[in-house]
Design a protein around this ligand. Sequence first.
Ligand code: C2E
Ligand code: MG
Ligand code: MG
Length: 556
Amino acid sequence: MTIAPEKTELDNQPYVRVDRAERDVFALGVMVAAIILFVGTGSSVLTRIARAYLFGEANGDALLGNALILNIALIIFGWRRYAELSREIGERRKAEHTAQRLAHTDALTGCLNRRSLDAAIADLIEGAAQSDSEVVLMMIDLDKFKRSNDLHGHQVGDDVLIETVRRIRLELPERSIIARLGGDEFTCAMVVDAGKVATVENLVARINVEIARPIFSHGATVEVTASIGLAQGGSTADTTALVLAQDLIHRADLAMYQAKKAGRNRFCWFEPSMEKELRFRSDLEKSIREGIPRGEFVPFYEKQVDIESGELTGFEMLARWNSPTYGLVSPDIFIPVAEDIGLISDLSEMLIRQALLDAREWNPRLTLSVNISPLQLRDPWFAQKVLRLLVEARFPPSRLDIEITESCLHENIGVVRSLITSLRNQGIRISLDDFGTGYSSLAQLRTLPFDRIKIDRSFVSTLGQSRDSATIIEAISSLGKGMDLPITAEGIENREVLDELRKFGTFQGQGFLYGQPENADDVRRGLAQSNLLADGVPVIPSANPAAETLPAAANG
Ligand code: C2E
Ligand code: MG
Ligand code: MG
């Protein structure tokens, strides 16, 4: 089924009306003059001609007869010219209307486009100001539309957009406008009686429900949801309707991001605190952009230990941001921002390059684990990029372990599988990080060739306090045994947790019990103490000799 747009938004817009007053005055004038002449002279001339014909009277005035014929010719000429010009003007007007439509509407959905939105909202605001009502603006963004587009193709994507607009239009009250801002983002503005703004919430909730209903197109069933931001009001007393319109768009946009952040498939009203958050966010983005080339992002390392023997087996690289403004910043803060602004690949490559150089100085039996963002797995060149980094650093692939989180498994599973396979073919190992938090199914686990599972720290650190955590760890442990997959328990914070954990089997472990993540120099000093530096690597003098040995807990 191909879904077609029903009508265009332009049909409702007063400000794009074409002037219909244009007419061919000359042709019309000639015709009218000829008709007047005909009426004035025709009666007497025609009478004489009729008499001459019927009674054989002499027609005394041949000149008048000729003038009459000329007069009729003029009427015919005038009429034909007028008809021709009217047709030409009609065609020109049609072409103008098409050009207007293309300039002001979105070709796919028939909605207004970005260019005409501000003026259309300003019109509504001016109208509302005169009728004791106000304008409510809705910013609608489809959730994960890109994923559905990648999965089902653009034809289906187009159908989803057209159908979504149709469903929204059905819910909107009269005197509303709808515009497509680009991709999967829409704006609706509606006029609401003052004091009845609360009723908007029912309408928006219905729109949320309508959009979430499945859409059938070209054999696919697509389910998308929407995050909606709402903003209302503002007075034209202090400013122009156009400025107010732009302000409404901005505020509804902020509210929409809040709806996304709060879990998508919902709506959210604008609140002034969102403005502050946005300012902080844009400062953060700017600082991250500037910080990458300045080398402010550095790898830290957390020990990974065999909990039975206490032997150090390797380190997990954890990114840190040494920001001159914010101090030492956790990756939980800056990784999502770097992902959003499209810098995660650059940042990650830079950190891994540095980590490989650092790890070359360690004993060759120690491994290096690195974390990868789900976005990097979408890069078709990812495996090649990793290989190039390994070759540049002359680092054996068998010492590298790539950790991917469960959320990666919600991406296109076929792509993830082929990527994992190609990385493994190069000798790199792959671990499934934060297991237990992302609802990945057993079936998925079976079809993806992981080398290791890492139990999320939220379960491990609460061992001994939470019966549920113990049950989950027991289940994961027997799953690992059944699938012959080694397991790492992260978040071992103290001796009690370690003792509890041991009851469930053999694990590799990491956590604050074995030490906090450290920078490269501190790791190097610690390794020197334990005689675990690679041959020929010079030892750096100690900064804090007391903190250099592995804690006793690491030795069992
Ligand atoms: P993760 O990979 O699960 O890393 C383990 C996190 O647990 C680290 O937090 C670590 O400092 C913390 N941790 C270790 N032991 C304990 C413990 O005993 N108790 C508690 N409560 N926490 C412990 P961190 O360094 O803040 O990293 C957070 C997450 O950021 C990481 O989770 C990882 O998913 C992500 N991340 C870190 N570095 C990178 C990177 O370079 N690239 C990407 N894409 N993600 C990264
Ligand atoms: Mg990790
Ligand atoms: Mg983890």
